[in-house]
Design a protein around this ligand. Structure first.
Ligand SMILES: Cc1ncc(C[n+]2csc(CCOP(=O)(O)OP(=O)(O)O)c2C)c(N)n1
Length: 566
């Protein structure tokens, strides 16, 4: 039996077939046929955001928390271009997002029609794949292929651009076609299996090493290689470093956990890297925030790099051995190949590298105390989504992540404004679990309009604002490297408690530490969204810090006494 379906109706069927349960989007002229069909597809819940950038971040947050593709929808022209930052964010952090955009009718393409932009051209470099659907007969294959490409191998965003008239085209659609038939990907993107000798060679390098380290990146979380990585660390005694996006891939309470490396990594972690003789990197890309100046990175180490994406091997740092494949699969094979050993003497040496944490904050509104209050007030299963800046580093380093995939952040692109909308997406992936969006006063103001989305859709995300009155991270750089010239970094904020009231949600301001616990607990207990503003010290800094382009061996551990003039 067949039935006559429009492109828009068929798109709904295809999204259902792919197991989509929520879409984040915003309507407009070129996508109206799809929005017309949507009410006939009750399994597809649509969340109306207040800005398309937020739709892309929400889809990204959903994808990172669930491991399934997140979907966002926008109209042509400005709707589509508003998705760009979110797609680039997803691309840099390997997050499977499927974006659907309306396009002007085919006869109008290339004529500067109203709200026409070449979104395929714009997004090609910031997506894994972008495709125009030229005809309704191509729709099923292209949608199935988009979901397949977004999730296959190294995940990433895919954009499907659908002209309005294709959404209105009709075709006979048969049951055979609509049966769940995911794109099988035959012949595409073959994953190179690692050769057995590679595994053996890696095991031998680890066996012979005196100072080995395991560095775990986002790939560990994406592949769900938690148990394998932990077992490998335990069998070999190798200390474990987690990158910003690898945080919560390995329990921080584990005695083998060292901390975060790189620009704001702990001194003992970076020194361990500089002393290591073998580094086993799993699912990370050795980006410049991790390595500092690559010329001086891990000078004594032979690097074994495990990554799903062959183009990452040897891209940023020279490697002794590259193993291309799924992090979980390869780690399991390494686990079998290695002999049990310990690294007790090496761990003792690393302990001697550690520095006493110096009190960096005046007053009692220390980020550490705020995060402890959030942690103890929120309970098990909480996901923390951070924004970008100084607070992001504190949230990464001071919270203490023990649960898998419980920390989500924009690492590669460093997108301010990410936290609030991404947390909305996380909520839909984990509806029964608490979600905190933690932002600075700058980043919060970039997407705070999404409180309205939370209210309209009943999304109980809790928002924390670390308010220091500055674009803190940039101010810190100005203090350290630009003669303390605070150019365009002081930032005014509205009264956030009144803002919360205007949206009809609970809002609290915490000015001293005695108010912290109660504000957090009240926010968590509130059944809806809630906001807590923490007034922190204005000129607090993140330490230690490797200056941009500097070596991991030379951390800055205190603000310069005399401001350097560039
Ligand atoms: C969209 C975007 N614009 C600019 C930047 C550059 N930037 C990085 S951190 C930062 C300051 C962030 O300030 P705030 O949100 O108040 O957080 P804080 O550093 O004070 O914790 C800026 C402007 C960015 N990362 N993203």
């Amino acid at each position: 039996m067949t039935e006559l379906l429009s492109g828009a109706q068929l798109l709904c069927r295809l999204l259902e077939e792919q197991g989509v349960d929520v879409l984040f989007g915003y309507p407009g002229g070129a996508i109206m046929p799809f929005y017309h069909a949507l009410p006939e597809a009750p399994r597809l819940r649509h969340v109306l955001v207040r800005h398309e950038q937020a739709a892309a971040h929400a889809a990204d947050g959903y994808a990172r928390a669930s491991g399934r593709p997140g979907v966002c929808v926008a109209t042509s022209g400005p709707g589509a271009t508003n998705l760009v930052t979110g797609l680039a964010t997803a691309q840099m952090d390997s997050s499977p997002v499927v974006a659907i955009t309306g396009q002007v009718p085919r006869t109008m393409i290339g004529r500067d029609a109203f709200q026409e932009t070449d979104v395929i051209g714009i997004t090609l470099p910031i997506t894994k794949h972008s495709v125009l659907v030229d005809d309704i007969t191509e729709l099923a294959d292209k949608v199935r292929e988009a979901f397949h490409i977004a999730t296959e191998g190294r995940p990433g965003p895919v954009l499907i651009d659908i002209p309005k008239d294709v959404q209105n085209q009709r075709m006979e659609w048969g049951e055979d076609d609509s049966a769940v038939r995911r794109y099988d990907g035959t012949g595409r993107g073959a994953v190179l299996r690692p050769v057995a000798e590679g595994i053996q060679a890696a095991a031998e390098l680890v066996a012979r090493a005196r100072r080995p380290l395991l560095m775990a990146g986002h790939g560990v979380i994406l592949a769900g290689a938690y148990a394998e990585v932990q077992a490998l660390a335990e069998k070999t005694g190798m200390p474990v470093i987690t990158t910003l996006l690898g945080i919560s891939g390995f329990p921080e309470s584990h005695p083998l956990h060292l901390g975060m490396p790189g620009m704001h990594g702990e001194v003992h972690v970076n020194r361990a890297i500089q002393h290591a003789d073998v580094i086993l990197g799993i699912g990370l890309r050795f980006d410049d925030r991790v390595t500092g100046n690559t010329a001086g990175f891990a000078p004594q180490a032979r690097i074994i790099h495990v990554d799903l994406d062959p183009s990452e091997i040897g891209k940023n740092v020279p490697v002794a051995l590259g193993l291309v494949g799924d992090a979980r699969d390869i780690t399991a094979r390494l686990l079998e190949a290695v002999s049990p050993r310990d690294c007790d003497a090496w761990r003792e040496e690393i302990r001697s590298f550690a520095r006493e944490r110096r009190e960096q904050y005046r007053g009692d509104m220390a980020p550490e105390a705020i995060l402890a209050a959030i942690r103890s007030g929120s309970g098990e299963g909480t996901t923390v989504v951070s924004d970008v800046g100084q607070h992001q580093m504190w949230v990464a380093k001071l919270y203490g992540y023990h649960e898998r995939n419980s920390h989500i952040s924009s690492g590669g692109l460093g997108t301010m404004g990410f936290a609030v909308p991404a947390a909305i997406g996380v909520h839909f992936a984990r509806p029964d679990r608490p979600v905190w969006a933690i932002s600075g006063d700058g980043g919060f103001q970039m997407n705070m309009q999404e409180i309205a989305t939370m209210v309209q859709e009943g999304i109980p995300v809790k928002m924390a604002i670390f308010n220091n009155g500055y674009l803190g991270m940039v101010r810190q750089w100005q203090q350290f490297f630009h003669g303390r010239r605070y150019s365009a970094t002081p930032i005014w904020s509205p009264d956030y408690v009144k803002l919360a009231a205007a949206y009809g949600i609970a809002g609290y301001r915490v000015e001293d530490a005695r108010q912290m616990d109660e504000a957090v607990v009240r926010a968590v207990r509130d059944p809806g969204p809630a906001l807590v503003e923490f007034l922190i010290e204005q000129e607090a800094n993140v330490f230690p810090m490797i200056p941009p382009g500097g070596s991991l061996s030379e951390p800055i551990e205190a603000a310069p006494a005399v401001a350097p003039v560039p």
